[in-house]
Design a protein around this ligand. Sequence first.
Ligand code: FA5
Length: 369
Amino acid sequence: MTTKTSNVLQTLAELGVSGDAQVPPLFAELRAEFDRDAAAVNDEALWKEFRDAWLGRKSGVLAHITDNWLKPAPPELKRAVGQALNELRAHVEAVVEARRAAVEASAEREATARERVDLSLPGVRRPIGTHHLIQQTFQEIARIFLSLGYTVVEGPEIETPYYNFEALNIPEHHPARDTMDTFYLDLPAGAPPRLLRTHTSPMQIHVMESQQPPVRIIVPGRVYRRDNPDSTHAFAFHQIEGLAVDTDITFCDFKGTVEYFVSQFFGPQVKTRLRSSYFPFTEPSTEVDASCHVCGGSGCRVCKFSGWIELFGAGMVDPAVYGFVNYDAKQLSGFAFGMGVERFAMRKYGISDIQLFFQNDVRFLRQFP
Ligand code: FA5
């Protein structure tokens, strides 16, 4: 209670009021003070304080006036005090209610302003991942072969020695098995042996076993070898196998396909050459080289100053393989190839260490969005 309203704790006699002419100024002063208090109320806590100060049942200003001024007032003052008190009460109650509504409305306005969603603001950009460079390279190679009418098939990473070797014309003790040092699965004694495929070529057999020619497929997938990791070798890496078999496929078709693929992947300025090689499941076998896309063939660090870069192994399907899948070797011919995907990506993007593909260092990955 302020000093001014503290006079409501006194009786009229103590305040020296003896005639009804003195009553209205007394109430006018109170009302002015109330109006000043009301003007300062601007939040809910202040409003509650203000309401209790004026309307509180026991110690509110109006309760004190009733107890100290009205009740003990001499009969000649009672009417004037009663009437003035009623008027003041009506005013106080109306203003207290109006301030409540105003405070509530302004709190609501503030909350709405705080929670307002501005739809015109640009959204918060969340960083999203991208495909790994290996996946991107898969997709790029697949896109080229799909445009030539090939389809994509996938197969198991756990294989039998039959599919990984024998049916590909690599019998037991054949030296070609040594070049693909193999992870065998640790199985209970007596269980048929299983291995992690060392190349995607077993899918040639699966596909030819289940499908009649013409065949035009590519097979992307992960393969495993007991190779010591270094800058060009990993023990788990990726290959893309290709196989085309039909009644009239020639070495020229093979060469044309290779040239088209290489020029699409590396650019039209890149030339190809075929070098004689050996794989038990192709005859003749060849290694495909491309003119160095960095120096154009004049020699640089990337091509070890030879002007050529080795790309992949390939060849015409060896007729012995057709025997394993009941294809008629006299009627059919075809070619196959197997590419190392990491090595392709390394050549195309100038990456010097294959291990970078597997370390998941975002500083490396972010360079290939
Ligand atoms: C093969 O795996 C044959 N299956 C390819 C083939 C298929 C020939 C069809 C003929 C017909 P090779 O062992 O060369 O061939 O491996 C193919 C490619 O895999 C290599 O050119 C190389 O790019 C990649 N490669 C081989 N070993 C590794 C390794 N440890 N780490 C990364 N890439 C490798």
